[in-house]
Design a protein around this ligand. Structure first.
Ligand code: NAD
Length: 469
């Protein structure tokens, strides 16, 4: 599709929406079922594409992308009728007789812009919400993972209503053209720099946005937990997708002696999950491109000169874009690796004096997408809950909160705005319309709130106000 075609595509979707084709429950169901069928039929092709783009193993692709989406579709199909139902609210006595309800209605034409790290899941997961809510939708996959982008553009039109769903492939140029168009909601997942570009473009049309951004998600650990068990969970969350996960634990905070005991447990866990020869293990992914590879290697190169010490891993192979699961110990808080989100398989261990120091450190930085706490002390866990702010907080296990459909998935502050998954995905792409119905007779308004304001009416109003005070 050329850039010149993009406005025509968006106009076509708007025409479809205006005709009302996307509103019926049956249409919405058929789109969700179509997406589901595509994921099942074309699962092998998507696995191949994800492997080509990210070295993602088939099992990981099924767990974190394809299977995750199928579960989400099934949840939406099971609950759609309930979500679509108007909710009755009570009209105040003074307005009676009257009835009031909230009616969810589709917004119109939505735009979903996805990043490269879970290129299928992060494109289609918002799309499930948009279609369940009865919208037309433009899907813009990431150009950084071209094989997955191509597979989506190739297969999706065979399974959904082409009049209402379009895939626009491309990078900055195509996205810029898209952002010049008027949408009714823009759902963006990616980094905060582009998030600001999206917010500015959306402001032109007063388009509501959801921004799913990233940042440095901390993990905190103390001596009360079984370090081997905790290490295994941290290693899994960190090295999944070779560390290229928005909710991966970015770094670990703990007291010096705890971290000293944790480091060998992390090494054991890496060995347990990925074996001796990690590079040859098909379960371990690759860095998405050379630019990200070089960025990550610069953190490894800084080790030993103010960037901490490599205590586990450190190997790399540029030709294969492979970086070994790596742990850095004794990392200063101002080290380069502690500035931006790492987004790769490097785990810094950062010493804190105590819990207060850890809380102060986390609170001095941007609000993270998630925070992970490993502690058996209930009082300390409560302090994390009450004294820090993050998109999510989980105790004992990283990453998993996003698979709980009832939990909002999203950030706060620099890590994003708005949250989705489950019913929230439907609500994001719906307008909640207030509907009030009051019969013309009996006329209860003339004798109460309309001029002329006789002494009797004034008495009524003052009486009412008196009761409000
Ligand atoms: P990316 O480079 O694929 O960019 C994301 C999207 O923005 C792409 O579709 C791209 O085409 C588009 N884009 C890039 N530059 C643009 C521009 N100048 N104008 C308009 N559009 C533009 O992905 P990324 O940003 O590198 O993704 C990684 C970031 O995303 C990390 O910070 C990560 O934490 C975050 N992330 C967040 C979540 C979440 O759910 N909160 C999930 C995954 C990733």
């Amino acid at each position: 599709m050329s850039e010149a075609d993009i406005p025509l595509v968006v106009a076509g979707l708007r025409h479809t929406f205006d005709l009302g084709l996307t509103r019926p429950a049956a249409w919405r169901r058929s789109q969700l079922q179509g997406l589901r069928r595509m994921l099942v039929d074309r699962g092998p092709e998507f696995e191949v594409a994800l492997y080509a783009d990210l070295g993602k193993s088939g099992t990981e692709a099924q767990l974190t992308e394809i299977g995750f989406l199928i579960a989400e579709i099934d949840h939406a199909l099971a609950h759609l009728a309930k979500w679509m139902r108007p909710t009755r609210v009570v009209a105040p006595l003074a307005l009676q007789p009257a009835s009031a309800r909230v009616v969810p209605e589709p917004l119109g034409v939505a735009l979903v812009i996805a990043p490269w790290n879970y290129p299928l899941m992060l494109l289609l997961s918002p799309a499930i919400g948009a279609l369940a809510a009865g919208n037309a939708v433009v899907l813009k996959p990431s150009e950084v993972t071209p094989e997955t982008s191509r597979a989506i553009a190739l297969h999706l039109p065979d399974y959904v209503d082409r009049r209402a769903v379009a895939v626009v492939e491309g990078g900055v140029a195509e996205t810029t053209v898209l952002l010049g168009e008027r949408f009714d909601h823009i759902f963006y997942t990616g980094n905060g720099r582009v998030g600001r570009i999206i917010a500015r473009a959306a402001a032109e049309h007063l388009t509501p946005i959801t921004l799913e951004l990233g940042g440095k998600s901390p993990a905190y650990i103390d001596e009360t937990v079984n370090l081997a068990d905790a290490a295994k969970r941290i290693v899994w969350g960190k090295f999944l997708n070779a560390g290229q996960t928005c909710v991966a634990p970015d770094y670990v905070l703990g007291r010096r002696e705890v971290l000293a005991r944790l480091a060998p447990r992390l090494a054991d866990a890496i060995h347990e999950l990925y074996g001796n020869a990690v590079q040859g293990n098909p379960d371990y992914g690759r860095i998405v491109n050379d630019a990200h590879f070089e960025r990550l290697v610069s953190y490894l190169d800084a080790a030993g000169s103010g960037g901490g010490e490599i205590v586990v891993g450190g190997g790399r192979d540029a030709a294969d874009r492979y970086i070994e699961p790596t742990v850095l110990a004794g990392v200063p808080r101002e080290a380069p690796v502690m500035r931006d989100e790492i987004f790769g398989p490097i785990l810094p261990l950062v010493e804190v004096a105590d819990l207060d120091d850890a809380l102060t450190f986390v609170n001095s930085r941007d609000k993270p997408l998630s925070a992970y706490v490993f502690s058996e002390r209930a009082a300390d866990r409560l302090r994390w809950e009450r004294e820090t702010s993050s998109g999510a907080l989980t105790f004992g296990a990283p990453v998993l909160h996003l698979s709980v459909a009832g939990l909002p998935f999203g950030g706060v502050g620099e890590s994003g705005q708005g949250a989705y998954h489950g019913e929230r995905s439907f609500r994001i792409f719906s307008h909640e319309k207030a509907v009030l119905s009051k019969p013309l007779q009996p006329d209860t308004l003339g004798p109460t709130i309309m001029p002329p304001f006789t002494a009797a009416k004034e008495g009524l109003v003052r009486n009412w106000l008196g009761r409000l005070r």
